[in-house]
Write a protein that binds this ligand. Structure first.
Ligand code: AKB
Length: 317
């Protein structure tokens, strides 16, 4: 992993992953891929090359791979779960046709590919607690359908053509740098912003709805570690369960109230998001990731809450 293209470099994960790769991998060249309207700014723009990289434009991607002699692609282009329910054909186009473009280029030009999967790849018939690595995946959302298909297609390219595809199933990701957009787990970020700004939080997810969540530094570590793992140790590839904490809205509100006691929250449940959340696991079993490539998260709910509040205070107040 030396010459890297990050597709979706200005999104919630991409904006931080691009910087982590640029600063954390000595001698690396990291191209920030973006689409018009989501241009990189500030340090992301100044710290390395940037190129328009639309997953739906195979020629454009191939030209970037040739220009920079790319050996690894982080494919972060996706519509998140709630917005994908509104725009299912667009979600299919980006998530599936875009992935196919990338995998074909990877096959021809010997490039390794990371395309994240998600807790969204599971569905109502999946065991909800301690969801195993290998289990039933029959999601009912378009996002979930594309995530299962992403896992299968990525494994297909590995076994059929030897493409080095690897992936993790991300929980809801929480960060203070770039906001997510259109996900079911977005509430778990928004509640921190409301708390720090002293605003009442209107929660779109019902009390008692547990989902896996993760602090961004752990998610970034996972994205790098899986691509650096010894391939001979990998029994699985697409995609590994990774977990660090699971909570419902009351749980995260209680954690925040240790630091901001007057946080007010009321519920206005969004039926689309709630339906999706009800179909996702409460908590995943990540023992395969731990055994095969040494996955070990650093942040629990309390450590994350302390860090989120400290950094959001600097950013917002
Ligand atoms: C979403 O809520 O859609 C994403 C996810 C869990 O994949 N954050």
């Amino acid at each position: 992993m030396k010459n890297i293209l990050v597709i979706g470099s200005t999104g919630q994960i991409g904006s931080e992953l691009t910087m982590k790769l640029r600063t954390g991998i000595p001698g690396s060249l990291v191209v920030a891929g973006y689409i018009p309207g989501a241009e990189p700014k500030g340090v992301l723009l100044e710290s390395g090359p940037a190129e328009v990289a639309d997953v739906c434009n195979a020629k454009q991607l191939a030209a970037i791979v040739d220009k920079y002699d790319i050996d690894t692609i982080y494919n972060l282009a996706a519509l998140l779960s709630a917005v994908a329910e509104r725009l299912p054909l667009k979600a299919w186009d980006i998530q599936m046709n875009g992935l196919l473009n990338i995998l074909e280029i990877a096959r021809e030009k010997n490039v390794a590919v990371f395309t994240p999967s998600s807790i969204g790849s599971f569905g109502e018939s999946t065991p909800k607690v301690g969801t195993p690595q290998d289990t039933i995946q029959r999601p009912s959302s378009m996002y979930g359908v594309t995530k299962v298909a992403t896992e299968l297609l990525s494994d297909y390219y590995h076994f059929k053509y030897g493409v080095d595809t690897r992936s993790v199933r991300f929980p809801g990701l929480i960060s203070y740098t770039t906001l997510p957009g259109g996900g079911t787990t977005d509430y778990a970020v928004e509640i921190y912003y409301a708390a720090v700004k002293g605003e009442e939080f209107v929660c779109p997810i019902a009390a008692g709805t547990y989902m896996d969540m993760m602090y961004m530094p752990d998610a970034l570590d996972a994205a790098v570690a899986i691509m650096q793992a010894d391939p001979s140790k990998l029994v699985h590839r697409n995609s590994f369960n990774i977990a660090s904490m699971s909570f419902d809205p009351e749980g995260v509100a209680a954690a925040i109230r240790k630091y901001i006691p007057d946080l007010k929250m009321r519920y206005e449940v969004d039926p689309v998001r709630q339906h999706i959340a009800d179909s996702w696991p409460d908590s995943m079993d990540d023992s395969c990731a731990r055994a095969e490539w040494g996955w070990a998260p650093k942040y629990g709910l309390d450590e994350m809450t302390r860090d989120m509040i400290e950094n959001l205070k600097k950013k917002l107040l």
